[in-house]
Structures are given as structure tokens and as C-alpha cells.
Design a binder for this molecule. Structure first.
Ligand SMILES: Cc1cc2nc3c(=O)[nH]c(=O)nc-3n(C[C@H](O)[C@H](O)[C@H](O)COP(=O)(O)OP(=O)(O)OC[C@H]3O[C@@H](n4cnc5c(N)ncnc54)[C@H](O)[C@@H]3O)c2cc1C
Length: 369
């Protein structure tokens, strides 16, 4: 069995690593060369609480693996910390998607949010989920360490980009072409983030248009006063986390749909909106100089999270593993483990789960980082 994974962002690197370390598969990871990808820019917030049950399940599994693996903690530069997830006022007995809180999480009311964490001006009835054991990691650091490990294990990780492919390989496999080599594999997985749509079109593969792209912008500021822990405030869109002593990363969702992957502009008016939102929600935080602007593009798919999907019309030889949707650093560990198993099950006829992939249930994910 030989699998070619294209793209060495967090998704591709971890999928290749799972295939090699947990299934002994021969993997070529086309690393694509250094480009400003979502993994390099990611804020790396991790937590177990999410509104969507499947996203929550994968996030909780990922956090549990991270917290119990010394290797992963070191590779990813994991920084434990609390997480606050502020929900809008309930329209029913409880806010949607909050039936089951993660085991260590607790509700936090507006008074405690104001007194302890300095969060003010919330709509009447807003509450938060407080997780004491969450934090953040470096997706870029984790990706680099995983690639180093793959190379040490003898995996083939050329810095090449996929340029062309055909499905006439030996025994019905895939033949692919980079700038320097021609290769073959039983199956190819495009873990190419926001590049995936344009890549599929350039390869002449039918593209159903279900993958979109959007820019995310945030920044690291010098900060004083009362610094909150990592937080997401659904009522304003503001999110952030401490970024070292006297520093805070803050951002707001953008509406820059269709952004071209790669280098993307950091916009002044979006940055001013972040300062304004922080002034309202976090009046005890004093924001100083902007230290580090961040803007990058992620892929958004129908599942609303990183997911494996077969590409129609390619006889089960081409898959995508993408759709991070601005928030999949927190679930990439579990998603890659499950994607590796699902991929192999589909390649081994007769194995449970080897039938057609279930269609992803479309959800509209609130962008929360
Ligand atoms: C600014 C920002 C902040 C974020 N913050 C958070 C957060 O706090 N918490 C969270 O959970 N998530 C966060 N996310 C989301 C998360 O980081 C992404 O979902 C995740 O990193 C996506 O990884 P990826 O591997 O799918 O894509 P990418 O990291 O974009 O990687 C795709 C890779 O494919 C390569 N490639 C493309 N075309 C080819 C080709 N033809 N041949 C070979 N290689 C190719 C590219 O070079 C790139 O390396 C954030 C995202 C952004 C942009």
C-alpha cells in the first residue's frame, strides 16, 4: 500500500504521520515548499467545548491526546491554560449545542465573567463555558516536528508541489507529477488547505465547488491591565489568548470569502474593529502597540471542520483532507487519526466502513477560532 499525501500543513503532516506510525503504510508527503499557509499563521487555541457535537468530540479527543502525550506536548509547544467560551442568551432552556459540557468545564455567569476575567457589556443572559484545562499550541511547531519524525522514520518527504495527475497508474492507482519527479501511489490525498479548489481545477478534476476559502486576520498586541485567558465571545465575535508576558493575541472573524490562498493583506479597518471590540468587552485590558500582524487563508468545507472526503469521479483514488474552516488546529490530532483509519478501511474491500463515505452533514459553523 502506497499513499501520496499532498500538502504539509497540519492536516497533511498529521495524516501522513498517522498512516506511517499507526498503520505502517508507505507514504510520500509532497511538502510543497515553504508558503504562508494557515498552519504557520494559526493562533492554535485548543479546547474541548464546541457547539457542534462532532467538532466537540474531535476537539475533546485531540485535547486529551495532547495532554497525555509528552511527545506531542513538546512538539507542539503546548501551553496549558483556561478557556472561556461566551454564548449568547439562550432562546430556550439552554443555548443550542450545550447539552453536554466537557467533564472539567463549568458554567460561568456574567457577574463572574466581569469580576474575574474583566468581560463586560455582554447581552443580558449571556453565559460562558469555562474550561480550566485547555490552552494553546503551535500548529507550525507541531507540523515541523511531525515532518522531522516522518523523515527519521524513512518516509519520503520531498519539498515538491503536485503539478499533474492521472488515474492510469499500475493496478488502477494514481500517477502524479511534480516539478522534478513522477510517482505512483494507490491513492492520493490532497491536504492542500485553501489551495485545494484551485488545485483540483488545475488538475482537470471535477470540482463540486463545496470548498470555499476565507481570510482570517488577528494580531499580537502589547497588553497590560487584566489579561483574560484564552476566550471566544460569540456575542461580539472577538477571540483571543495570552501570547506571552504582557502580550495578547486578538481577532475578529472577517468576511473575506474567496480570498486567494497564500499571502493576504492585513487590513487596517479590521484591526481597528478589533481594538473597538476589545475596548467594549475588555475595558480592564489596556491594548498597546501592535507587535505582530497575522493574516492567512483557510479552506471552508461542508462539514465545517477538517474532514476526509472522496473526490467524485476519481474511482476512490483521490481524496481531500481539508476544510479547516478557521478552527481545526484544535481537532487535527483526532481528525487525522480517524481519517487514516477511514482511508485504509475504504481501500480494503470487505473491511467494515469500506463502502462509500457518508455525505458530510452540512452545518454552518460559527467561526470561533
Ligand atoms: C490566522 C489563523 C488563525 C487560526 N487560529 C486557530 C485557532 O486558534 N485554533 C484552531 O483550532 N484553528 C485555528 N485556525 C485554523 C487552523 O489553523 C487551520 O484550520 C489549519 O491549520 C489548516 O491546516 P491545513 O493543513 O488544512 O492547511 P494549510 O496549513 O493551509 O496547509 C496546506 C498546505 O498545502 C500546501 N500545498 C498547496 N498546494 C500544494 C501542491 N500543489 N503541492 C504540494 N503542497 C501544496 C501548502 O503549501 C500548505 O503548506 C486558524 C487559521 C488561521 C488562518
Amino acid at each position: 500500500m502506497k499513499i501520496c499525501v499532498v500538502g504539509a500543513g497540519m492536516a497533511g503532516a498529521l495524516l501522513a504521520w498517522r498512516l506511517v506510525t499507526e498503520h505502517g503504510v508507505r507514504v510520500t508527503l509532497l511538502a510543497g515548499g515553504a508558503r504562508p499557509d494557515a498552519t504557520a499563521a494559526s493562533g492554535g487555541l485548543v479546547r474541548a467545548f464546541e457547539r457542534d457535537p462532532e467538532t466537540a468530540r474531535l476537539s475533546a479527543l485531540s485535547l486529551a491526546e495532547l495532554r497525555t502525550s509528552r511527545t506531542l506536548r513538546e512538539w507542539s509547544g503546548y501551553r496549558p491554560g483556561a478557556s472561556l467560551y461566551v454564548l449568547p442568551p439562550a432562546t430556550g432552556p439552554a443555548p443550542a449545542g450545550t447539552d453536554a459540557l466537557p467533564p472539567t468545564a463549568e458554567w460561568c455567569d456574567a457577574r463572574r465573567l466581569a469580576d474575574e476575567f474583566g468581560l463586560r457589556g455582554l447581552p443580558e443572559g449571556a453565559v460562558a463555558v469555562l474550561e480550566p484545562c485547555a490552552g494553546h499550541l503551535s500548529p507550525d511547531g507541531l507540523r515541523r516536528a511531525v515532518i522531522t519524525d516522518l523523515v527519521a522514520r524513512g518516509a519520503d518527504v520531498p519539498p515538491d508541489r503536485l503539478r499533474a495527475l492521472s488515474f492510469d497508474g499500475p493496478e488502477g492507482g494514481v500517477s502524479y507529477l511534480t516539478g522534478t519527479v513522477r510517482g505512483t501511489a494507490d491513492v492520493l490525498v490532497a491536504a492542500t488547505g485553501a489551495w485545494t479548489g484551485p488545485l483540483l481545477r488545475s488538475l482537470g478534476v471535477p470540482d463540486d465547488g463545496s470548498l470555499r476559502s476565507k481570510a482570517t486576520q488577528c494580531a499580537v498586541y502589547r497588553a497590560g491591565g487584566l489579561l483574560p485567558p484564552a476566550f471566544v465571545d460569540e456575542t461580539s465575535g472577538l477571540y483571543g489568548r495570552p501570547a506571552g508576558p504582557g502580550r495578547m493575541l486578538l481577532g475578529l472573524p472577517t468576511e473575506r470569502w474567496g480570498a486567494a490562498p497564500g499571502t493576504v493583506r492585513f487590513l487596517g479597518h479590521e484591526e481597528r474593529a478589533v481594538r473597538a471590540a476589545a475596548g467594549t468587552r475588555l475595558p480592564r485590558l489596556s491594548l498597546g502597540r501592535l507587535l505582530h500582524p497575522v493574516a492567512a487563508v483557510d479552506a471552508y468545507g461542508p462539514a465545517g471542520r477538517l474532514a476526509l472526503a472522496p473526490v467524485a469521479g476519481t474511482a476512490g483514488r483521490l481524496f481531500t483532507f481539508t476544510g479547516g474552516s478557521g478552527g481545526s488546529a484544535k481537532l487535527a490530532l483526532a481528525a487525522s487519526r480517524e481519517a487514516a483509519s477511514a482511508l485504509l478501511a475504504r481501500l480494503s474491500p470487505g473491511t467494515p466502513g469500506s463502502g462509500p463515505a457518508p455525505a458530510a452533514t452540512p452545518i454552518s459553523r460559527r467561526e470561533t477560532s
